[in-house]
Design a binder for this molecule. Sequence first.
Ligand code: DX5
Ligand code: ZN
Length: 219
Amino acid sequence: MSNKIRIAPSILSADFATLGEEVRRVDEAGADYIHVDVMDGHFVPNITIGPDVVKALRPHSKKVFDVHLMIAPVDPYVEAFANAGADIISFHPEAGAHYHRTLQSIRGLGKRAGLVLNPATPTDVLDNVMDLVDLVLIMTVNPGFGGQSFIPLLDKIADVRARIDATGRDIDLEIDGGVNPETAKLCVQAGANVLVAGTATFKGGPEKYADNIKALRGA
Ligand code: DX5
Ligand code: ZN
């Protein structure tokens, strides 16, 4: 696996009134992935954006669009997000009874497939699907909102790192929730290589984005 740490600003913390411009700004500020949080007000207690917004944002950046689906059911919407320009499509195993099939269908659309583990979701959900995942996302907050405090699930991160290394494949280990320069360091030490950061990227306004991303990468 590559040792490079990737930073994925979550546009949940961006100014939604100027989202295209915000995506361009974090791209120019050094983002590796653009993390897009999709919430349905049902699987999680918040509502954000859908495939049409992803499609509208797509021309604003060539970076990897890392789309995190917090919706249930997930299967009826996978194709729409693929067509909208997602590069990685991640979802929660609780969002459908047949997550093996969902992973297959994301792959079948030519996209990278990610499985997301809530804080209470055990790592053994990965047992029979490691050959189908391109990314594992460990939530270090309960999904729904930005700006929550980091839950230090460091043993869990290390467990998933060991599972990934055992495959010999280049699978991303991404952490999402409460990531700041201090917690980022703990995550990287435990084995993470992609860090989602909403609050920590967007705080202080546009002139701070590059410094904020640099501080996270410094981990
Ligand atoms: C939470 C989302 C996160 C969120 C992270 O449900 O999945 O991506 O935007 O926000 P911060 O970095 O502020 O914890
Ligand atoms: Zn997210």
